[in-house]
Design a protein around this ligand. Structure first.
Ligand SMILES: O=C(O)CCC(=O)C(=O)O
Ligand SMILES: [Fe+2]
Length: 938
């Protein structure tokens, strides 16, 4: 840790050092020379405070004239929202982290990133001084005929050196005064009035210092976010057949509601943000153009209101690198096409950007917001994993692999939990398949081997498709657009047709998905042949094919393999969104080429790296081999990796509607909203001054009660049950939050609410049922909340809510509700837009506000009556959590005195959402359906 060492070496106790300094030296940080004359005569003794708050702080010298706004944005976008930035003057910024020592590592580990912003970063020490500062100056009295940048620079010299001219001044948008930035001595003032002769014209010119940049910038946003009618329209949409729909249509959209935004209103976007507010005009321009094209597209083809209700989840990891990825992706395609008319191209770019980002430099990022990497085969066959030693992902420490496996097994556990005989079924199915496929092979028939888990992970094995499916030509003839056909044709050549037979000896069927391609134009083709399956397998002998199937579940599949005989290898295949039916996909091999690398030595294809793209050669080679020997190539497909679109981004959900054109709108609108929300959040995060930095970083000892931490540590059902009550089936209560954390969180939320109220910023409220409270992402708490969910909620939901997605949670929406007399009152009976909900009371003293439960119901039975045994009335206790399913009908009575604040997590599993979408049977959880089923049986 070079930086750490440096920090230690230069660190000197500042208290002693400063004690003998003069006042002038103190106020100037030891540098008295630039102080004003009269100061020199004053001598003061002041009691110095401990300087521990400066421990571990660094000073960064910016490369460019400081624009704190955009620097803060960069930090948030770069995923460093825990770094606190305070402007010091000149080009210097004080960098600190709540955890002393963290910053040092962070700088060391992200040197290149910091280098991009700072010319130097060094540990703060007492000898650091600032001599100069930058000041924005308003200059009045310059005759309009003299307005020019050249003139401003010359006039500015009167007060200092002009380093920047405000955009509105440059563009002559605002003529009341000219505004520019000057460099002056730290103690100088710019206020003055001078008579100046400019080109012979005598002018009386005044100079005054402008308001602090960030205040001004943010004020300019007040109108923007205050005028919510035009901002961020969110359609309250319930998830398709999933959670969603409630007693009142829906409790809220995935990312909450903004006030004043009507359903189906056209999204108009005012981009009249003063140019300086983001310091990134080009982005704003991009946005406007983009929105223009959205509007144009909408105008021609129908109202936005017709767009189906799939509400994209605006993901919690939004304001992180991933936004950049997404924006880059879309912007790149924008640049190429000069608009957004080519939806598919746009999507491809969009997704490619995402994928490439993840795969760049062999890096597999697993944090929220990036594509989730899971491993189908390895997840399903965890035990076999230990016997496989080839690394799945070529990352140097192998940690990514471990994590991949861990995550995938979570997912498969969920599936397994629906299938008591999961393993046996797999084994049985496998042996059947082996027999069948072997016999077919013996017949010399080259046919596809398919196996499937059924629709989107539903717990039934469906028939395997052995029939040949339509060729690309056939598909195209039927109106199916096949992207990258030539490339794929090349691969299909191997087996002589689109789908290749596999001589399977030992095939753990790694099941991905099965889907029937649907399109009017395909009607003449029988169903068996329209089955699209994305298959991946670990095949000891024989080779693996990718298919023209569709897999809404997965965006990308890459198989890696090597020739057993060292002669060939396989690869495969990016799922791209084609236009068969909106949800169909086509294989686009070319893209895979960009993410696969050939390793000459082992002749294996490995994931990642953009360096070498030799896929086509490999394919030809393999094909040649096959044809020549009219035999199947011996290929050992060792591993399969599925890269799935980050579930909470839920692009996938956009592809489940019936019309491609509708989808196009959904996508456009999604991106538009995504950007708007990103911008909204970014502005809040950049400008909001945190009160308690320490609650933005997980500190378990300080956040949770000891009893809760013990149970988490123990991580057993028994351990959890020891701290829990289950007042009615499926509802658990337990002490969770430390009183001090509750207090701090309340004060933080209050501080945020006060700030937004002072600036008249209309913020998003938690959901339709609340007019008060706040969404915690908006404060910048997301990194902490992620850890909160993953490490302190999921261990419990995994044990108690397997069938409700509890073992595969992948997104959350966290907010604080605020109830009391002048605040929110009662909450009507509703179900949450979530699979599970965790509700923790933070305080204070209050009466009323009881939470009542009235049984678990599906949409069809949402208004049915309630049996006595289903009724539960619960009184909130500060620090105590109550955990229930989203479909558990509940509401609260009014808080009649005092104030009640609760922290609520809405938790979702994208797996469960997909599964439920295909499942009509609610009898495993809806009490009414259960009753019905029982009655029918008896
Ligand atoms: O106020 C509460 O405790 C519950 C609020 C609630 O159920 C919700 O926001 O979904
Ligand atoms: Fe609720």
């Amino acid at each position: 840790m070079r930086v750490a060492e440096r920090a230690q070496n230069v660190w000197k106790p500042k208290v002693q050092q400063k004690q003998n300094l003069s006042y002038a030296q103190i106020v100037t940080g030891g540098n008295a020379s630039c102080s004003q004359d009269n100061v020199r005569d004053s001598f003061l003794n002041v009691d110095l405070e401990a300087t521990s708050w400066l421990d571990g702080c660094f000073v960064g010298c910016l490369r460019e004239v400081p624009n704190l706004q955009s620097i803060k944005e960069s930090f948030i976008m770069g995923g460093f929202s825990l770094v606190r930035l305070r402007y010091l003057g000149e080009k210097f910024v004080l960098l600190s982290c709540d955890d002393v020592g963290v910053l040092c590592n962070l700088i060391e580990d992200n040197k290149a990133w910091f280098d991009g912003l700072f010319s130097s970063v060094f540990p703060w020490d007492g000898s650091f001084t600032i001599k100069e500062r930058f000041a924005w100056v308003r200059c009045r009295g310059i005759p309009l005929q003299l307005w020019s940048n050249h003139c401003f620079v010359n006039i500015g010299v009167v007060v200092g050196e002009v380093v920047e001219i405000d955009e509105a001044t440059k563009e002559k948008e605002r003529l009341e005064f000219a505004r520019f930035r000057v460099k002056i001595l730290v103690t100088s003032s710019v206020s003055m009035v001078k008579v100046i002769s400019i080109n012979g014209i005598l002018c009386k010119v005044s100079f005054e210092e402008d308001m602090c940049f960030s205040e001004l910038a943010f004020n300019s946003l007040v109108g923007k976010w205050g005028g919510v009618d035009t901002e961020l329209d969110t359609e309250a949409g319930s998830e398709d057949g999933g959670v969603g729909g409630s007693l009142r249509d829906s409790v809220g959209s995935d990312f909450g509601e903004l006030h004043g935004v009507g359903k189906g209103e056209e999204a108009t976007v005012q981009c009249k943000v003063t140019p300086f507010c983001l310091g990134k005009e080009h982005q704003l321009h991009g946005l406007t153009e983009f929105q223009e094209s959205v509007r144009a597209a909408i105008k021609d083809d129908g109202p936005l209101g017709a767009i189906p209700s799939h509400q994209p989840r605006i993901n919690e990891g939004l304001i992180k690198n991933e936004v950049v990825v997404n924006e880059e992706g879309t912007q790149a395609s924008e640049a190429r096409q000069g608009g957004y008319d080519g939806i598919n191209e746009m999507l491809t770019a969009f997704k490619k950007g995402l994928v490439e980002k993840v795969l760049a430099n062999n890096e597999v990022t697993l944090h929220e917001g990036s594509p989730v990497v899971e491993c189908g085969s390895r997840g399903a066959y965890k035990e076999q994993l230990s016997t496989m030693n080839t690394p799945l992902v070529d990352n140097s420490d192998g940690k990514a692999l471990e994590k991949v496996i861990e995550e995938a097994s979570g997912i498969n556990e969920e599936l397994a939990s629906h299938l008591p005989n999961f393993k046996e079924m797999i084994t049985k199915k496998c042996s059947e398949l082996i027999v069948k496929s072997t016999s077919r092979q013996q017949d010399g028939i080259e046919e596809a081997f398919f196996t499937s888990m059924g629709h989107e992970g539903s717990p039934s094995w469906v028939a395997n498709s052995f029939g040949p499916r339509p060729s690309f030509d056939e598909l195209e003839h039927s109106g199916v657009r096949v992207v990258g056909k030539d490339d794929v044709a090349c691969s299909s050549h191997i087996g002589g047709r689109t789908n290749i037979a596999l001589p399977v000896q030992d095939v753990p069927p790694i099941v991905v998905d099965n889907l029937i391609l649907e399109s009017e134009k395909l009607d003449g083709i029988d169903e068996e042949r329209r089955k699209g399956t994305l298959v991946s397998a670990r095949v000891e002998q024989g080779f693996q094919s990718s298919t023209v199937g569709a897999a809404p579940l997965f965006d990308l599949i890459a198989l890696e393999g090597k020739g057993v005989d060292n002669s060939s290898r396989m690869h495969f295949g990016l799922m791209d969104y084609g236009v068969v039916r909106p949800r169909d996909s086509v294989v686009k091999v070319k893209d895979v080429a960009s993410i696969l690398e050939t390793n000459e030595d082992s002749r294996s294809l490995r994931l990642a790296s953009r360096k070498v793209t030799r896929l086509e050669e490999d394919v030809s080679e393999a094909a040649g081999f096959t044809l020549k020997d009219s035999n199947l190539v011996d290929v050992r497909v060792e591993q399969a990796v599925f890269l799935v679109q980050q579930p909470s981004a839920r692009i996938d959900s956009l592809f489940t509607t019936d019309s491609a054109i509708e989808n196009s709108f959904v996508i456009l609108r999604w991106i538009e909203q995504f950007r708007k929300l990103a911008r909204y959040r970014l502005q809040l995060m950049v400008n909001y001054q945190r009160l308690n930095w320490d609650i933005y970083n997980m500190n378990a000892q300080k956040f949770f009660t000891p009893s809760f931490l013990c149970a988490i540590e123990e991580n057993t059902e028994e351990g959890f049950r020891n701290i829990m009550d289950e007042p009615c089936p499926g509802v658990f209560t337990f002490d969770m939050l430390h009183p001090q954390f509750c207090e701090k969180l309340i004060r933080e939320v209050d501080n945020f609410l006060r700030w937004t109220a002072d600036l008249k910023i209309k913020i998003m409220r938690p959901n339709e049922l609340h007019e008060h409270g706040a969404v915690l992402h908006d404060l910048g708490m997301e990194p902490m909340l992620q850890t909160f969910r993953k490490e302190y909620i999921e261990p419990i939901t995994r044990v108690f809510y397997g069938e409700f997605g509890g073992s595969a949670l992948d997104s959350h929406y966290a907010f604080v509700v605020d109830h009391g007399l002048a605040r929110d009152g009662e909450v009507d009976l509703h179900v949450d837009d979530a699979h599970l909900a965790l509700n923790i009371c933070l305080g204070y003293d209050f009466s009323g506000g009881e939470l009542f439960f009235r049984g678990v119901r599906c949409d069809d039975h949402i208004t049915t009556g309630c049996q006595p045994e289903e009724m539960l009335d619960y009184c909130h206790v500060p620090g105590r959590a109550i955990l229930h399913t989203g479909r558990h009908r509940h509401g609260t009575t009014a808080t009649t005195s005092g104030r009640r604040l609760n922290l609520i997590f809405w938790l979702k599993s994208s797996r469960l959402a997909k599964w439920r979408r295909y499942q009509n049977d609610c009898s495993s959880w809806c009490a009414e359906c259960m009753r019905k089923k029982k009655d029918e049986a008896s």
